[in-house]
Write a protein that binds this ligand. Sequence first.
Ligand code: NAP
Length: 290
Amino acid sequence: MHLITGTTKLLGVIGHPVEHSLSPVMHNAAIASLGADYVYLPLPVKPEDLEVAIAGFAAIGLVGFSVTIPHKQAIIPLLSEVSDIAQSVGAVNTVWRTAAGWSGTNTDVEGFIAPLKAYHRNWSQTPALILGYGGAARAVVVGLMQLGCTKIHVAGRNVGKLNQFRQSWVNANLSANLYIHPWEHLPQLLSHMHLVINTTPVGMSPHVDQSPLDAAAMQAFREGAIAYDLIYTPNPTQFLQQAKQQGAIAIDGLEMLVQQGAAAFKLWLGQTPPVDIMRQSLQQYLGLLS
Ligand code: NAP
């Protein structure tokens, strides 16, 4: 077992609630496998305590931390430096200490792209559809832009929120390839899409029998298209099971979780992260290993 001593350096994850976070499992497995003198802790921080918590972390010399809901946007004004990618997404999920203060970035984009890179497609010719327009969808939009996708479609159930979502990219001069659609247009849209990403929580435990797409929409799914669900429990989701029945390639959300964590680990420790160990620790914890 990893020994915590007087020299052990501190990492952690802030959130409210933070109890559900899988990051301590994955990061402590990585730390143990490298024999690094670090420990990664859950750090519950209420929204009203964020500023004082960040100051306290500096005072005790915390090396860095992950950021989860509801602090991903609220933390931005409290940082000395925010990467271009985090500014594009409008959210920070990884923070580390520098001489100037706290620096923040967003590794969800890198995490999202990682499993797609295994598929050698001409991304500029790959029409992509994002289901939902929440926080994760923002990282997905930036990831698709990085891949070179030139047609990024977003479907949502609230037209007002859809328009707000598009407007936020217009303001950042990033809207040229972005098209929005009401949810009812999904059956017509799906037959043209080569990549479909679920960023809604529909299908997540305990509502494991639900799918964001109804039977009519699912019928329109293209054979050979990629179905990507950001959800990692259950694994696979109803959406991915149905897409596979239509002949689609399925990608679940576990690899994104692993890869965003690996990118953060590298920033904090400056060492190559043991990605296989991180993945296995989560698979074991979630009961996905037989
Ligand atoms: P969020 O900000 O709350 O956004 C959720 C989106 O889903 C909203 O656009 C919401 O639309 C839409 N939605 C909810 N229920 C819907 C329904 N029944 N039909 C259609 N749209 C619906 O959440 P988030 O932070 O983006 O997270 C979304 C999902 O991604 C979660 O399952 C989360 O676990 C997963 N995630 C995974 C990773 C990973 O590493 N794998 C990382 C981040 C997030 P309204 O506003 O209209 O309700």
